[in-house]
Design a protein around this ligand. Structure first.
Ligand SMILES: Cc1ncc(COP(=O)(O)O)c(C=O)c1O
Length: 400
């Protein structure tokens, strides 16, 4: 089967691979790879197979992939403590998770200053985005349709899903600094507005809304409308720079935050995410998602270990900052501007058609991604290791 190279297909492959690790190694990983032993290198070979298929479909020779920097994954992998927890958890793979979810919720609640009842776990935060879309746009409980207010050039997973369930999306332009324009958004609130969706730090721009501004907006708007803030990349900000939004949840504001372990914790393939929100609302949302019963016992135990491993998180954040600075310098030296980023990816304008750029980079062994905004093409490159960013710059210099 030829699959187009979309993130979703990649993720699907990743999810299958993870399932292969704990559930059905012999029928997927083992048989396909011709080995009884799970081998992460061979797993990557399977990912590459997707690309081989795609290049074969296009009639192109398959390049050797040197850097996969397209999906904002963590290039440093899992915390050593999470790996240890996974190995131990293998023995429990035949049992449903029982207390692990409660334990993780307790840890998150303590750190964030909320109650465990304000936390809902999920198998990656995408599951929560879908549940939110179904709840707000598609459920009888809320009345179908309505308008979701957001910004242009943001993460469109939740928005796309809400549209499928009948919602309209009102998206205001970004500011000239590529930030969410909260004042313009406020001016667009009408009686039909059902929810506000904000992604902070924003994907794909990497920009953040100043913390005080976001807190003030949430305080002002949430008494009238639910405010949904997707904080998938929040861990790349130092704790002291993060907006104090969980505190607003604790105070009873109508605010819903989603977070993921896919980024700084490196769990993109393992799948773990969580929401912080009002207890009553989370109980209702449980009707649209299985919540903490969805992540596997393996993932939950690894999550508990990773969440407490602050040293690993600091290491990944510091390495990300260093590799990002290295990329900035390379782009600047080549006369390219970029949008200063607070996350593990950088957006910069390119002077080539997006698909041509992607394909040229791919032919040079670099898997990266592109976007268009206001007719301007951009590359959104994920931050890999410093070596990977070096390979990215080598390929970039070759093709531009
Ligand atoms: C802004 C944003 N939200 C949510 C997600 C979903 O991630 P996951 O389902 O892996 O938690 C992503 C993934 O890249 C993202 O960029």
């Amino acid at each position: 089967m030829n699959l187009p190279i979309t993130r979703r297909n990649w993720l699907r492959t990743g999810a299958l691979l993870t399932a292969g690790l704990t559930v059905n190694r012999s029928s997927f990983g083992g048989a396909a790879l011709g080995s009884d032993v799970w081998n992460p290198v061979a797993a990557n070979a399977l990912h590459e197979q997707t690309l081989v298929n795609e290049f074969a479909r296009l009639g192109e020779p398959m390049p050797q992939i040197k850097a996969r920097i397209a999906f904002n994954e963590n290039p440093h992998g899992l915390s050593p403590k999470a790996k240890e927890a996974i190995i131990k958890a293998v023995e429990s793979g035949n049992r449903y998770a029982m207390f692990e979810g409660q334990e993780l919720k307790k840890l998150i609640a303590e750190r964030e200053g909320v109650k465990p009842e304000n936390i809902m776990l999920s198998a990656g935060s995408s599951e929560l985005l879908t549940a939110m879309a179904v709840y707000f746009a598609g459920s009888a409980a809320k009345g179908a349709g309505g308008t979701v207010l957001t910004s242009q050039f943001t993460y469109d997973d939740f928005l796309g899903c809400a549209k499928k369930f009948g919602a309209k999306v009102e998206a205001v332009p970004l500011t000239k600094e590529y930030r969410y324009d909260l004042a313009a958004m406020k001016a667009k609130i009408t009686p039909d507005t059902k929810l506000v969706y904000i992604c902070n730090p924003n994907n794909p721009t990497g920009t953040v809304i100043p913390a005080e501004e976001l807190v003030a907006f949430s305080k002002e708007v949430s008494p009238k409308l639910p405010v949904f803030i997707d904080e998938a990349y929040i861990d790349f900000l130092k704790p002291e720079d993060r907006p104090a939004l969980p505190k607003l949840v604790a105070e009873g504001h109508n605010l819903f935050l989603t977070r993921t372990f896919s980024k700084i914790h490196g769990f993109a393939g393992l799948r773990l995410g969580y929401a912080i929100g009002p207890e009553k609302f989370l109980k209702e949302l449980q009707n649209y998602s299985r919540g903490e019963w969805n992540p596997s016992v393996t993932t939950l135990r690894a999550g508990i270990a990773s969440y407490q491993d602050l040293e690993w998180q600091n290491f990944c954040r510091t390495e990300n900052d260093k590799a990002r600075d290295f990329l900035y310098k390379g782009l600047k030296d080549k006369g390219y501007e970029y949008v200063p980023s607070f996350a593990n990816f950088v957006l910069f304008p390119i002077r080539m058609k997006p698909k041509t750029f992607e394909k040229e980079m791919f032919s040079n062994g670099i898997l990266t991604s592109t976007r268009e905004y206001n007719a301007q093409p951009y590359c959104r490159v994920s931050i890999g290791t410093q070596d990977e960013m070096g390979l990215f710059m080598d390929a970039f210099k070759k093709i531009v």
